[in-house]
Design a protein around this ligand. Structure first.
Ligand code: PLP
Length: 405
């Protein structure tokens, strides 16, 4: 592809432009940061507002069994289907943080044991396990992730090199928030099981970005934030809990769920709360399936990511890609770095002066830009980001390269 030739027909361009109008996203904002929190589409939010109105009209009658109960259970079925899981094993939680607390707070760790995780797990996930390790006298072992790895096997080898007979839990991400790496969940889960360890997967970025097949992979726990790539209402997530743990573990917050009842619903958000957004999770899945997640959304988003990567490589001087190049090893997140450049300053400048939202983070010891491209974005959004990046790198050099991060 010659740089800036866009692999899209006029008809497709019109289709996606029409979809983009179904979002509340402000005109003039280039939103390339949906990895942190995604915008929900108008039809989804309007449906949630409609449910809220109905609940408010008769709170006691509508909140529970009559109106919302069946809608929430139907959302559970839909999200379970979408992730290759059973509804029985799928808890509806607020977010990945809450979901990851289910195994972190519930699994009994034996003193002298080890929890194995990479050095690129999400900071709040690292902290919760570090806390549990301190209080239960187990050791955290960290696997340095190759950045970027050349093959999925390299990731498995990195974990295999550090797994020991003392490993009780292996914690890893499905899609790494640092670089966009898609990890081989099935192989990593098998590695954990070969060593008698529990496989805990952080799928915060995966659901809505890459195919997810939790039960086929045999994961013990799998948590995700559906308000990211699935574009569900904010404060919706899932935690898959495999059969052996459904009754064995206490929920992180106790209440009516204290006594086991053999379903992951025990690990749901508990006590009285607004459930309309969980029903909205079902609406968000219907919305993406209605467009065609597998046959339209994914190919379009992978096309955007390919185009972005091509432009970074050919037009940005000094850029070094940190997202893996291999097929199937990444999705809609693109990461790269520019040695010596203060990336956080670039991010601030882009937002304050150009209304472009991107992120900077760290992959191990390297600062990286992280760009999220979803189906409400278009090829011209990417052109704009690249043009502005070139401009700031050329005109603000003194400011951006004056100190090392
Ligand atoms: C890999 C990963 N895990 C967990 C989280 C936490 O997600 P939440 O804030 O929705 O709980 C994030 C958030 O960005 C993440 O990127």
């Amino acid at each position: 592809m010659a740089a800036r030739d866009k692999p899209i027909t006029d008809e497709e361009r019109a289709f996606w432009a029409d979809i983009r109008r179904q979002f509340y996203l402000e005109d003039g904002v280039t939103f390339l940061q949906g990895g942190s929190v995604g915008p929900s589409a108008r039809p989804v939010i309007e449906q949630v507002i409609e449910w809220l109105r109905e609940v408010e009209a008769n709170p006691l009658y509508n909140q529970g069994g009559r109106l919302m109960g069946p809608l929430v259970e139907s959302a559970r079925e839909k999200v379970a289907d979408f992730t290759g899981a059973s509804a029985k094993n799928t808890a509806l939680v607020l977010n990945t943080t809450m979901g990851m607390n289910v195994p972190a707070r519930g699994l009994p760790l034996q003193p002298g044991g080890e929890v194995l995780m990479s050095d690129q797990e999400y900071p709040s996930v690292q902290r919760m396990w570090e806390h549990m390790a301190r209080t239960q006298h187990v050791l955290i072992r960290k696997v340095p992730l190759p950045t970027p790895p050349e093959s999925p096997g390299e990731i498995v080898d990195a974990f295999a090199a550090r797994v020991t007979p003392r490993t009780q839990v292996m914690v890893f991400s499905h899609v790494y928030c640092t670089t966009g790496l898609v990890a081989p969940v099935g192989e990593l889960t098998a590695l954990a099981h070969e060593h008698g360890a529990v496989a805990v997967v952080d799928g915060a970025h995966a659901v809505g970005m890459v195919p997810v097949d939790i039960e086929a992979w045999g994961c013990d726990f799998y948590a995700s934030s559906t308000h990211k790539w699935l574009l569900a209402p904010k404060g919706t997530g899932i935690c898959y809990v495999a059969d052996p743990y459904l009754s064995a573990l206490p929920a992180p917050i106790l209440g009516y769920n204290t006594a086991p009842f053999g379903r992951a619903g025990r690990f749901d958000v508990t006590g009285t709360h607004d459930v309309t957004h969980f029903a909205g999770l079902g609406a968000a899945i219907d919305y993406q399936l209605g467009i065609g997640w597998e046959d339209r959304i994914r190919p379009y988003c992978l096309g955007l990511a390919r185009y972005l990567r091509e432009l970074i490589t050919t037009e940005i001087e000094g850029a070094r890609m940190t997202v893996p190049p291999g097929p199937g090893m990444s999705g809609f997140l693109t990461s790269f770095t520019i040695d010596g450049c203060n990336l956080r300053k670039v991010v601030a400048l882009m937002w304050e002066e150009y209304r472009i939202q991107i992120a900077a983070t760290r992959a191990g010891d390297q600062p990286v830009f992280r760009i999220s491209t979803h189906f409400y974005d278009c090829y011209e959004d990417i052109d704009r980001f690249i043009d502005v990046l070139k401009e700031v790198l050329a005109t603000r050099r003194d400011e951006l390269f004056e100190e090392r991060e």
